[in-house]
Structures are given as C-alpha cells and as structure tokens.
Design a protein around this ligand. Structure first.
Ligand code: HEC
Length: 245
C-alpha cells in the first residue's frame, strides 16, 4: 500500500515536471544554439579582433593576458599589437580605458569584466544576448534586449546587425515576446552577423578557460593513443592464447 502510494506520488511529480517544462518552453523566448569550435583558430582570431574593436572600450578582461592570446592564436608580436590594438605592453592584461566613475556616470553601472562571463552565462545565452537587441522607445538607450530585459548596455553592434523590432503574441491577455524581425538591414547580412557573433562567443569561451584549447587538442591525442593500445593488447592476447586453445 505504502509502496503504491509512493509510485503514485512519483508519477504525479513526473507529470508536474513535464507540464512545467512544456509551459516554460511555450512562454520562453528561444535561445540560439552556439555551434562554436574552440580548436578553430581562424574563428578565434576573428572573434578576438571583434572583441578588441568593439568591447574593450567598456569591458575589461582582467584574467586574459595579451601575450597568451598571441601564443595560442599563433600571432607574431606585431600582428598581436595590430589586431588587438595594444598600446602598452603585450604582457598586460586586457584593461578598458573606461574608469568605474565614468561608467557609473554614463550607464549607472560598471560594465562587468568579461573574462569569465561565457562560463557563467553559457554560450547559447551569450550568442542570444549579442543578437537579441531590439528597438524600444521606452528604454534610455533606445534599445532593449530579449534575453536580458532592461540591460544598461547600448546596442553597440547596430551598424553591423541593423535594427530589429520585437514581435509579440497575446497569451492570456499578456503581451509575450516571441521573436525579433529585422526592420532595417545593417552592413552585414543576417548570416554574416550570426557567424561573426559565433566567432565572438567562441573567443569569449576560450577567454574564460584558455587551457581548454590545449585540453581539447590533447584529449584527441589521448583517445587515439588509447584506441591504438586496444588494438595492440588485442593482438598480444591473441598471440599468447594461440598455443593454449
Ligand atoms: C558603451 C559601453 C559598452 C560596450 C562598447 C559594450 N558593452 Fe557590454 N555592457 C555594458 C554595460 C553598461 C553592461 C551592464 C548591463 C547591465 O547589467 O544592465 C554590459 C553588459 C554586458 C554583458 C552581460 C554580462 C552579464 O553577464 O551580466 C555582456 C555579455 C556584454 N556586455 C558583452 C559585450 C560584448 C561582447 C561587447 C562587444 C561586442 C560589449 N559588451 C560592448 C556596456 C558596454
């Protein structure tokens, strides 16, 4: 009897969980999937350049040293300086020229350090955030964000992406954001912008754990070695047992 009741309770719990998920999926704005590849050095290079040109004016990355980027992305010292716009030493970490006081005065908040944000938020979130700005006259910056409502960050990539407007649907009398549509195109096509943001997210993933680059590359070698070892041990076993059986 007791057991039956427990099964009953479990079944109800499972149903509630499934129903909850379906409900959440129905009301949520869908996150983009970030198909990044950390071993794609060309993609990391493009992402690093976008980051240096568009983000460092406000955001720092205090755990990332320029020289390490140069080593991992296989840039010479001159290339590194030029691509990342370094004016000081290549052994510096990425620091924004924006002081905390100036940021407070301009945005009411200090833009967070981006060294680890990709790890904290996840790559899908990051990609969707960067692609999720839309026009909103109510907002102080003139833009809002589908993933991070009322973000203090302005739509700094509008020239590349173009301007997006929100698409709403009625749900039980409530306005729900279901998508964004491009109302005036930018310099890049929709696909080009998506690819550029994927490169940027890839670079931010690398930045949040530079050792991952080596870890992933080493991982393949170890797997290959183990596979070879299986073959070898199998043939040794056959050789040993040949005379016995
Ligand atoms: C003009 C200044 C400015 C520039 C340039 C800028 N940001 Fe921001 N960003 C901000 C501010 C301010 C916030 C804080 C938003 C808030 O908390 O409401 C922010 C927040 C963020 C966040 C959210 C962090 C979190 O986890 O809460 C991410 C991610 C981000 N920025 C990425 C970028 C990237 C990538 C670029 C370059 C393409 C960039 N930003 C360029 C000002 C800027």
């Amino acid at each position: 009897m007791n057991r039956l009741r427990r099964i009953e309770q479990l079944a109800i719990l499972a149903l509630c969980l499934i129903a909850g998920n379906v409900w959440a999926a129905g009301s949520d704005y869908r996150l983009d999937k970030a198909y990044t590849k950390i071993t794609d050095i060309e993609s990391l290079r493009r992402g690093a350049i976008i980051f240096a040109q568009n983000c460092v004016s406000c955001h720092s990355a205090q755990y990332m040293r320029y020289s390490r980027i140069g080593e991992d992305l296989e840039w010479s010292s001159e290339e590194l300086r030029k691509n990342m716009g370094i004016t000081g030493s290549v052994f510096d970490t990425i620091a924004s020229p924006l002081t905390d006081e100036a940021a407070e005065a301009a945005y009411g908040i200090v833009p967070p350090d981006l060294s680890l944000r990709a790890k904290v938020r996840g790559l899908d979130w990051m990609l969707s955030y960067l692609k999720g700005f839309y026009r909103d006259e109510q907002s102080s910056t003139g833009f809002n964000n589908a993933i991070f409502p009322d973000t203090a960050m302005s739509n700094i990539l509008a020239a590349l992406q173009g301007i997006q407007d929100p698409v709403y649907e009625e749900d039980h009398g409530e306005k729900v954001l279901v998508g964004l549509e491009l109302s005036s195109p930018g310099i890049m096509s929709r696909k080009e912008f998506h690819n550029a943001m994927t490169d940027l997210v890839n670079y931010m993933d690398y930045m949040s754990e530079p050792a991952k680059l080596q870890r992933v590359q080493l991982g393949w070698k170890v797997m290959l070695f183990l596979l070879l070892l299986i073959f070898l041990t199998y043939f040794v076993k056959r050789e040993y047992w040949k005379d016995v059986s």
